[in-house]
Design a protein around this ligand. Structure first.
Ligand SMILES: Cc1ncc(COP(=O)(O)O)c(C=O)c1O
Ligand SMILES: N[C@@H](CCOP(=O)(O)O)C(=O)O
Length: 480
């Protein structure tokens, strides 16, 4: 399978090339030339597969330059039950992403697809554990090393660091927004003392950190000289690993492949829901993809109005679902590329306009008018008050403690319940990571796994800098 960029670059790269490359050389994001299709026969055969088996068949459609006999053990090692231990009960999770049906609401089932049973208690582990193993495999094959530069609003950072700890030939430089993550998230990252993990806190928001990652990647000479790679969802490998659990959730919520389901997805950088879009394009019977934002409602505004208007750091709210405090959604460009009929020139023009003016407006186009019918996207937003309400309601009605991001998903999902269409809310993190908000909502502490008890008291190691590309390049140069 060949990969192309949303901005036109098409040099025949294969999966392993773009895994290491991250961002395309023209500043765009990589996508396959066309989406692989899943036939009705395949879908029927996939229904009863285990998680690693399902991951193997889905990933095989994209990783065509890795031999099946090499991909299969790598995938089995990644999605092993001992890696995905239920943080609450301390038990191995055999099916990796269990579906919990909360109940019947307005003649349909409302369920949570639990994606946060991995080592860092957030859905990022689902892809990052795979990336760690893929990097190790490809780097060994090519005799190369990789220096990862990433940006986090709280969960990508720890997931990447835990996945890359001790990996040969890989160093992680992770940019985080100073003072904007929960105490648990901060401690989870900064308490790591591994030599190949370097945490850098910047004065700014996640978008500033993401802009720095892109600026360094777009300096081709620097990128080549320092073997810079990425782990954010701008890296296509992240997205395909996330595609797998949409299939898994669909099979768990239905009895036959004639049924449809809807997914409600807590969203920020548009990586998670973009994976849902890819699954739908491959042929998975998804009715609606519900984009749930917090107070940082850039995406909700777009799906409601056709205007994509990014916000500055000053206008980005610091909320109680902090991992979604994002006002420039990277993966959105992948969807716009599809929406524009895969026209790279149009996509490039739109995002150049965002760089210049901070927005684009496609409200009066047939493409915008077609979004819900053709792609199933709808959206909603939630606020602190509504988030707390959702946490309380789910606790009182169903005895589950959900985290604030999942709560945004639940709150918005209620607006789109349809008779006979199962609604699956993606559970994106464990409540333990956001105890401050759980305490505020319920007056109790969220249970945390033994390994994380008192993590906030451990010694922390982090470099503080201004939000400045050259300062980051300087740290990279000195530490590589
Ligand atoms: C807990 C949690 N929920 C939701 C999101 C939003 O996901 P995405 O950025 O892929 O839209 C994030 C961050 O990405 C997150 O960490
Ligand atoms: N929410 C993320 C930031 C988005 O990162 P991505 O790696 O999914 O693009 C975080 O918690 O760090």
């Amino acid at each position: 399978m060949k990969y192309i960029s949303t901005r036109g670059h098409a040099a025949g790269e294969q999966f392993c090339d773009i895994l290491l490359g991250g961002l395309a050389p023209d500043g765009g994001l990589y996508l396959p030339e066309s989406y692989p299709q899943v036939s009705a026969t395949e879908l029927a055969a996939w229904r009863n597969l285990s998680y690693p088996e399902l991951a193997f068949v889905v990933l095989s459609k994209f990783c065509t330059d890795i031999l099946p006999e090499e991909l299969a053990p790598l995938v089995s090692r990644t999605y092993a039950p001992q890696v995905f231990i239920n943080a609450r009960a301390g038990q191995w999770i055999e099916d990796i992403t269990p579906l919990t049906t909360l109940g019947v609401e307005r003649n349909t089932t409302l369920s949570l697809l639990s994606l946060s049973n991995g080592p860092t208690l957030a859905f990022k582990d689902m892809a990052m554990q795979l990336l760690g193993n893929l990097f190790e495999f490809v780097l060994k094959q090519r005799g190369q090393t990789l220096n990862i530069l990433g940006a986090t609003s709280g969960d990508t950072g720890s997931a990447a660091e835990y996945a890359m700890r001790g990996k040969k030939g890989v160093k992680v430089f992770m940019l985080s927004p100073k003072g904007k993550m929960s105490a648990f998230q901060t401690a989870q990252m900064y308490s790591l003392q591994d030599e190949n993990i370097i945490n850098i806190a910047i004065d700014g928001v996640f978008d500033d950190a993401q802009d720095i990652v892109k600026a360094v990647s777009n300096d081709h000479a620097f990128k080549a000289a320092h073997n810079i790679g990425t782990v954010n969802s701008i890296n296509w490998a992240r997205v395909i690993a996330q595609v797998v659990y949409y299939f898994k959730g669909y099979f768990a919520a239905t009895k036959s492949n004639d049924e449809q389901v809807s997914f409600a997805v807590p969203s920020g950088n548009f990586g998670n829901v973009c994976a849902g879009h890819i699954a739908r394009q491959m042929g998975l019977p998804i009715r609606k993809l519900i984009v749930a934002t917090n107070e940082n409602n850039v995406l909700d505004e777009f799906f409601k109005t056709g205007i994509y208007r990014v916000r500055t750091a000053k206008d980005t709210h610091h909320t109680s679902s902090p991992s979604m405090d994002i006002s420039k959604a990277s993966n959105f460009e992948r969807f716009i590329f599809d929406l524009m009929g895969r026209d790279a020139a149009k996509t490039r023009a739109l995002f150049k306009q965002v760089e210049k003016t901070g927005q684009f407006d496609i409200s009066n186009t047939p493409e915008f008018a077609s979004i819900e019918e053709k792609y199933g996207f709808v959206s909603g937003r939630s606020t602190h008050k509504q988030r707390l309400l959702a946490i309380r309601e789910v606790f009182h009605d169903y005895k589950e403690i959900i985290d604030p991001h999942t709560a945004d998903g639940v709150y918005v999902a209620f607006q789109y319940l349809e008779k006979g269409v199962p609604m699956i809310v993606l559970e994106t993190a464990q409540a333990a990571k956001f105890n401050e908000t759980i305490m505020e909502a319920l007056g109790v502490n969220a249970a945390r796994p033994d390994a994380y008890i008192d993590i906030e008291k451990r010694e922390q190691r982090v470099i503080h800098i201004a939000s400045d590309v050259n300062a980051v390049k300087d740290i990279l140069s000195k530490n590589i």
